[in-house]
Design a binder for this molecule. Sequence first.
Ligand code: NOJ
Length: 563
Amino acid sequence: MSNKTRWYKDSFVYQIYPRSFCDSNGDGIGDIQGIISKLDYIQDLGVKAIWLSPIYKSPNYDNGYDISDYRDISPEFGSLDDFKKLISEMHKRDLKLIMDLVVNHTSFEHEWFIKSKESTDNEFRDYYFWRKGRGKNGKKPPNNWTSRFGGSAWTYDEKTGEWYLHLFTKEQPDLNWDNPKVRKEVEDIVNFWLDLGVDGFRCDVITYISKAKDLPNGKWHPFVRGDEHFTHGPNIHTYLRELSKNGFSKKDTMIVGEGAGVNLEQALIYTNEENEELDNVFHFEHMETDFYKQVLPRKFKLTNLKKIFSRWQLGLFQKGWNSLYFENHDFPRSLKRFTGDYKDKRVEAAKMLAISLYMQQGTPYIYQGQEIGMTNYPFESIDDFQDVVVTNVRRVFGVFEPLFRPIILKVLKVRARDNARTPMQWDDSENAGFTKGTPWFLINPNYTEINTKNDLLNHDSILNFYKKLIKYRLNNEVIIKGYYQEYNSGNEDLHVYIRTYNGVTILVVCNYKNKEVSFNPHPETVNKNCNLVLHNYGYDRPVLEPMILRPYEALVYELNKTK
Ligand code: NOJ
C-alpha cells in the first residue's frame, strides 16, 4: 500500500490553460512568468493545487497536446528555469503543481517518430503502430477506426509504404504501449518531473493507451468507430499499475486520469485505492447531457444530469473517488449549457451551478475564468475558430463544406472548444489585461464588464462567492466524506440533495431555471435546527420552510447543528 496522504480529497484544483492565462512579455501568448505573477490571485481563491495544461515543447497542432520534447519547456512559455521558479513560488504558497502528461501519443515532430518513420526495421519503428494497408496495393487504411477529431485514424506514409495510427490529428501518432521500451520511456519522463518537484499528473486520454491485439475493425457508426477496441484495452490496468509503482507513487502525488469513455464500472477499478492506478478520473457522462457523443447538440434535461450525478455519487461512495467539474479547455463555458437563457441573471446562475456541483463528493476543479463567470465567445464567422478540430471537421465535409457551413457554424458556436480558450479577462484595460501585445486569440468583448478586477471589488461577485464556497468546503467532513442522497429526482427545475456524516446533514437546494419555482422541503429535513450557510440572494431564508425560490436561487443549510 502506498503512503499517500490523499490531500486531493480536501483540495480545490485550479486549471490553467497557459496560452490564454497571462502574457508577461507582450508576445500575445500566456507564459510561465505570467502565471507566476498571478499566483497570489490563485492562492487567495483558496485552492490548493494548479493543473497546468501542457507547456512542453510542441509544434502546437493541438495547442501543446502534441509534444515533441517531454523534458523541455516550449520557448513561447519560457524556460526550464522559469519552470523551476514557478514550482518554488507555488510551494512557497502551499500550492501543488499537477502537470499534464500526454503519453497516448507524441507529436509527429518527436525524435522517436522521426526515427521511426525512416525505415520498417529501425529500433523506434515499434514505438508506434505501423501497419500495411488493406485492399489492392495496400491503399486502404489497415482498419476502419476513426480519429476523435474526424476522418480516418490512419495516415499513409509514402517512404515506407505503411500506415501509422493516430487517434487524434495526423500530427499526433499513437504510442505503442505494448512495447516495454515505450513504457520505460514514460516512467523516465514521469520521474524526471517528479524529481523537479511536481506533485502529480493529469493523464491525457489515458483510457486509450492499450489497444486490442491485431487492431480489429470497430462496430459501424457514422463518425465514431473503433472505441471498443482502444478504450480500457486489454492491458490498461496492468500498464497503469506498473507506471504507478515505478513512477506515480514515489511521491505523495495526485494522479487524475482523463477518462474518455469511462463508465462507472471502470472508474471503480481505476480509482479503487488498493489498485494503485489513478486517484480520480474525469468521466464525461454529465458533459454529454447536452451533446450526443460530445458532438451533436441535444436538448438539456436537468433530470438526466441529476441521474448521472446520483449514479456516480452513490457508485463511487467509499469505493473510489470522483472529480467534480463543469468546465475545462475541451468544452464550451458552462453557463448557457446548464442554465439556459440566464439573461440578466448571470451572477445568480453561476453561483447556483457552483453550489450544485461543489457540495458533492470528489475533488473539485475550477477552470480559469469560471470563477468570474466567463461566457462563450460570440462567434460570427467560421474563420474565427482556431482549434484543429474545426479545421478537421471542415476538411471532412470536403467540397460540400461551403454548403453545410451555416449548420457547422451553428453547432460550433455552442460546442467549439475555442469558447473556453479565449484569453483570461483580468481587467477592463485593452486586451482585458491579458497582454500588452496582440493576443494570439480573440478576446471576448464582454471583458469590460466580466473581469477579475471588477469581481474583486464587488462584494457580491461570483469570484467572492467562489472564495466563500471554497472556504466553506475545505476541512468540511460532511462534504468530504458524507453520503449523497437526492430528493425530487423527477423535478425538471430543482436539484435537491443532502449530504450526511456523523449526525450532521447538509441540504442543498438549487433552482436551475430562470423563473420562480416552488420548493417543499422533504419531511426528513424539516423541524430540525437549521443554519443557512451559503446562498446566492442574501441572508433572507434563515428558516427551512416551503418557499418560492427565485430564479436560479440556491441555498445550503446545515441541519441538526445547534446554532
Ligand atoms: C484531451 C485533451 O484535453 C485535448 O485538449 C486534446 O486535444 C486531446 N486529449 C488529445 O491530446
